[in-house]
Design a protein around this ligand. Sequence first.
Ligand code: ADE
Length: 418
Amino acid sequence: MLYDVKDINLAEKGIKRIKWAQNQMPVLEEIQKRFEQEKPFKQIKIAACLHVTTETASLMIALKFGGAEIALCASNPLSTQDDVAASLVRNFEIPVFAIRGVDKKDYYQHISRTLDIKPNITMDDGADLVSTIHSTRENLIDNIVGGTEETTTGVIRLRSMQKEGALQYPIIAINDALTKHLFDNRYGTGQSTIDGLFRATNILLAGKIVVVCGYGWCARGVASRAKGMGARVIITEINPLKALEAVMDGFQVSPIREAAKVGDLFITLTGNKNVIDREDILLMKNGAILANAGHFNVEIDIPSLEKLAINKEEVRDNVVLYNLKNKRRIYLLAEGRLLNLSAAEGHPASVMDMSFANQALSIEYLLKESNSLSKKVYAVPQDIDERIAFLKLQSMGINIDKLTPEQKKYLASWQEGT
Ligand code: ADE
């Protein structure tokens, strides 16, 4: 079996951590049990490009129990947990091509090795796998039934491909499932980004002015957690509706050019580029900290930061100090890459439980419905979404009410009013 991991002997540590995650993923466990009986992925090859974490390992194992042949690579150069990669290879015989800290060339080399499996299904987080197939490995497309996409950024890229007529096979947008973005993006990113901040810096959040760029589901999570820990939070937005929501949620809202002057800490979660640009950096206070939790490392204008600096120095793991020509010190966390996955362990398992249950069930759906799907981005079917919410509640021991026949009738009628 071909693979490329940092050190296969890390497997012993990796398997313990994978088991810990599995214990907190009861919905996926339930699905895995059924897959083991039914083998829905017999003779199906899956190429997955996901953050190589304990939670991703749990998904890969569930798919393997379902009969799939899998190859896995990383969806970000800094998010791989090397012990997990080693364990997947040694303990589960799943080929993994992922090493934390690879450069761009090796990152794409790993994607390419993963594609050598000649997949029937692709599983992506950020759309690098799909865009590689469409730009350099088109010969694989005939074999591919469909794919899934995990994240907001990936779904945006794929919708652009669809719009241009470039997309060559159906993709299910996992991110758009309610049991994904309302929980993973909000509570997952909210907690894991703050976790990454603490592990990298150990700063006190209480009393700090935290500028959160964006007010999508991920940014909301971070803003609410930072507020809950005593930070004064300022939101920047380009969307009037989201900005209005931020105002009515009790946050100060201002343009980044103004927020730049007062923030102690800046966290970008917009999915866009140069959200913090050269001019903003020049306005920042001495000691300001910059971090990103959006998918790509383009949200902070790092090339300008490099040019503005006389020198730079790593002062802690994942913290680089830039000494600027204007005599100010600016700190950049985790090279401006996803803070929660680079400096911490990503979202906790119990929230990834729902995201990856969506992945597992959506792949099963794709295979069943392949004849009726065209080259488009599709939503996760509502019944899958609702089933996952139900199973999650059940695993938490929480019961809810049911509509009475009278209530059902009332909801379906229009005659009854005041
Ligand atoms: N994205 C965010 N957190 C993650 C995790 N723990 N595993 C895989 N992908 C993630």
